[in-house]
Design a protein around this ligand. Structure first.
Ligand SMILES: NC(=O)c1ccc[n+]([C@@H]2O[C@H](COP(=O)([O-])OP(=O)(O)OC[C@H]3O[C@@H](n4cnc5c(N)ncnc54)[C@H](O)[C@@H]3O)[C@@H](O)[C@H]2O)c1
Length: 289
């Protein structure tokens, strides 16, 4: 079955940073019919971004989940090193690495190249959207659009409104997400938004249970998968995300929300031993490299 979405997204969309997430975001807006401009930091990264997006577009066609034509999409995709190419974009989504100073300077630079009527969004997974908004000249035109990895397969986008986000954008952002064929979860800015806060809370409790010898990782995961219909157990998911990544999020949430998010010693020890999950071949479970 093929699905086709009416153009319920801005006609011209910019993406700052064409890495894992930025490429997925560009892919999603291209499939929805938008013209997409990706701005990268250097030529090599720009080339990698284009390859990533084109590969994902080809895969979507192979799967038969979309109608479209690779040549037409390629014509609608610009990959550049120049922020001035964002000038005609109605919306720019920032997806540079999760580093506060980098995000602030990147967002300010992009904002300086946008028309006064354009919208700006961040794909941050943990930084304060209120705090980022306060660094901008037009905070009412800024929100979080938190896409999930891998973007083509994920049906969820968390729309994160800062206290400055204007009413028009609050409505438009949900329409855009629906236009991408995804579902919006609307969150008022808070540490960990809705998804990371709850996902990490469950994972931390599961890790404490392993630490206390309550049950094996496989049995804990099976309890959630078979008993509560989780598609993946909390420990297997921690292996997929990376223990180091989840440790960082837990430390941040503990600093913002209190000791209930304090990472268990077992998690710290596993990270120190390099048992980071799938990417190192060992976490709560073992993987073939
Ligand atoms: N990876 C995930 O699972 C995931 C999920 C949700 C949200 N996020 C968030 O998405 C953002 C990007 O993460 P990612 O995993 O795609 O990272 P990534 O490292 O794969 O991609 C970042 C890209 O930004 C580019 N870049 C760096 N500085 C730049 C600049 N000044 N101008 C333009 N481009 C620049 C890099 O060259 C790189 O291609 C982060 O905020 C992250 O927290 C990540």
């Amino acid at each position: 079955m093929t699905e086709k979405h009416a153009l319920a997204v801005p006609a011209a969309v910019g993406v700052l940073g064409g890495g894992r997430m930025g490429a997925g975001i560009a892919h999603a807006f291209l499939l929805a019919g938008a013209k997409v401009t990706v701005v990268e930091r250097d030529g090599q990264a720009a080339e990698a971004a284009r390859e990533r997006i084109e590969r994902d577009l080809a895969k979507s066609l192979e799967r038969g989940s979309v109608d479209g034509n690779l040549d037409e999409w390629a014509e609608k995709l610009t990959v550049s090193l120049d922020h001035a190419d964002f000038a005609d974009c109605e919306l720019v989504v920032e997806a540079v690495p999760e580093v506060w100073d980098l995000k602030v300077s990147a967002l300010q630079e992009v904002e300086g190249h946008l028309a006064g009527t354009a919208w700006l969004a961040t794909n941050t997974s943990s930084l304060s959207v209120d705090g980022l908004a306060e660094q901008l000249a037009r905070p009412e035109r800024f929100c979080g659009l938190h896409f999930f990895n891998p973007v083509p397969a994920s049906k969820l986008v968390e729309v994160v409104n800062s206290k400055h986000t204007g009413e028009e954008l609050r409505q438009l952002s949900v329409q855009w997400v629906e236009g991408l064929g995804k579902t919006a979860v609307v969150v008022n800015d808070a540490p960990g938004f809705a998804s990371s806060r709850l996902g990490v809370a469950i994972a931390l409790e599961a890790i404490r249970m392993v630490e206390e010898g309550v049950a094996s990782p496989a049995d804990i995961d099976n309890a959630m998968v078979l008993g509560y219909k989780f598609p993946v157990g909390p420990l297997a998911l921690t292996d997929i995300v990376g223990l180091d990544v989840r440790l960082g999020i837990a430390e941040y949430l503990a600093s913002e929300l209190g000791p209930r998010f304090e990472p268990p010693q077992l998690m710290r020890d596993m990270v120190a031993r390099g048992e980071l999950g799938r990417k190192t071949g060992k976490g709560f479970f073992a993987y073939d490299q």
